[in-house]
Design a binder for this molecule. Structure first.
Ligand code: DQA
Length: 145
């Protein structure tokens, strides 16, 4: 059976390409899904991609991964800085988690410096643009062996 990565993108990431291009670049969410899918495919993994602007929908997608995915790549968007529920969902399914941010959140406003997700993530990549998602897939594949 092919191993699978769940790719999760949180609120407002559907607007990538038009949203604050000076901060987030001009690549779109489709570009991210394509990059992750191609990278994972080359490493023998399948991908299921989920994006939502609703916290509960993201939590349901994470729960669904418990039985058929091997790892999670997540850019939780602003929920990074606010959501204990999202963190509990990730802890609950006990899959290795890669936290990815397009921008360097540490070089931005103070409220973006804290992440509820980072303490339960295997690793965090911030500020590498969409390449960060590719790195995350490669690292997870390496960790999974
Ligand atoms: C983001 C950073 C968050 O602070 C912000 O709310 C986002 C995107 C990033 O990818 O850089 O929506 O997660």
């Amino acid at each position: 059976m092919t191993r699978k990565i769940l790719l999760v993108n949180g609120p407002n990431l559907n607007l990538l390409g038009v949203r604050e291009p000076g901060v987030y670049g001009t690549d779109t969410l489709d570009d991210i899904v394509d990059l992750v899918t191609e990278t994972a495919d080359g490493l023998g993994f399948g991908v299921r991609a989920a994006q939502s602007n609703h916290e509960g929908v993201l939590i349901d997608a994470i729960h669904a991964a418990r039985t058929d995915c091997d790892a999670i790549v997540i850019n939780p968007g602003a929920l990074t800085h606010t959501s204990i529920a999202l963190r509990d969902a990730l802890s609950g399914v006990a899959l290795p988690v890669a936290e990815v941010h397009l921008s360097n959140v540490h070089a931005r406003e103070e409220f973006r410096h804290h992440s509820y997700i980072s303490p339960i993530a295997e690793f965090v990549i911030a500020g590498a643009g969409i390449q960060g998602y590719e790195f995350a897939v490669r690292r997870l594949a390496h960790l999974l062996g």
